[in-house]
Design a protein. Structure first.
Ligand SMILES: [Zn+2]
Length: 261
């Protein structure tokens, strides 16, 4: 282990020793989140460590008077860290703030069209990820049991996928890939699945994949990441090449966990 990695490991061990998470809080968190079902005890223990480090590293605040207690912090942390289970916390460094709204929040938008005319509008959101900035969530939609867009949806995983995508400075649906992964194959597999979804949506067909994924390649990656962790059987069936790429990137096989649920 190099000196920097050793120092980091020592700091983490210290945080875990000095800020232990109460067993009851952790057990209640796990019981409330079916997305964690089927994780083996060793993986759950690793998730517990990551979630503890997440709560320590990030500053949580409640907007509009929302009281952010340990149970809320841990519920967000456990969901946020699931995609990191085999990647590690370093993937989430460079930002600190988690802001929880009680419910959907409204953002003011300003956009210039091709003639340079600026249009202003308001948009209702359940989550946002700012590059090097805060992670913003609607608690009503991020709380255990919430499936804001139906089966297979998870707003925390969606926003964390954006955080991972942003790490190379480009929000484009392609996070920094691991050594040995083929970027051209990634782009080919995602583009083909994205184009097929856009065609279905344009034709007015109902799709199992959340049609919001057709908005842009980065939304496709974020939405498919939600589906990958919460409904892996559907992803394998509908877009097997995308499932294989996500399995290689996240280094997890949620489909294998389904058997253990
Ligand atoms: Zn998004």
């Amino acid at each position: 282990m190099n000196p920097v990695a050793r120092l980091r490991a020592w700091r983490r061990a210290r945080i875990l020793a000095h800020h232990p998470l109460a067993d009851a809080t952790w057990q209640a968190t796990v019981a409330d989140l079916p997305v964690l079902d089927g994780l083996r005890p060793a993986a759950l223990e690793r998730l517990r460590e990551l979630a503890t480090l997440f709560v320590h590293a990030k500053t949580f605040s409640g907007a509009h008077g929302l009281d952010v207690d340990d149970a809320k912090r841990m519920a967000i942390a456990a969901q946020a860290c699931l995609p990191l289970l085999e990647l590690g916390m370093d993937w989430l460094d460079g930002w600190r703030s988690v802001i929880l709204y009680p419910d959907t929040f409204v953002v003011d938008l300003e956009e210039a069209d091709e003639d340079g005319v600026v249009h202003r509008g308001r948009d209702e959101r359940i989550g946002e990820s700012w590059e090097r900035g805060p992670l913003i969530l609607s608690w009503a939609d991020a709380a255990p049991g919430a499936e804001p867009y139906g089966e297979g949806s998870n707003v925390v995983i969606h926003e964390i996928a954006h955080k991972l995508d942003q790490r190379d400075g480009y929000t484009n649906g392609c996070p920094p890939l691991h050594p040995g992964m083929d970027g051209a194959a990634w782009r080919r597999d995602f583009q083909a699945a994205f184009d097929a979804l856009c065609a279905e949506v344009d034709a007015g067909r109902t799709t199992w994949i959340d049609p919001y994924a057709a908005e842009a390649p980065e939304e496709f990656f974020a939405v498919l990441s939600e589906h990958f962790f919460t409904a892996p059987d559907a992803v394998v069936e509908l877009v097997p090449a995308v499932y294989a790429q996500l399995r290689a990137f996240y280094r997890q096989d949620p489909l294998a966990r389904l058997a253990g649920r």
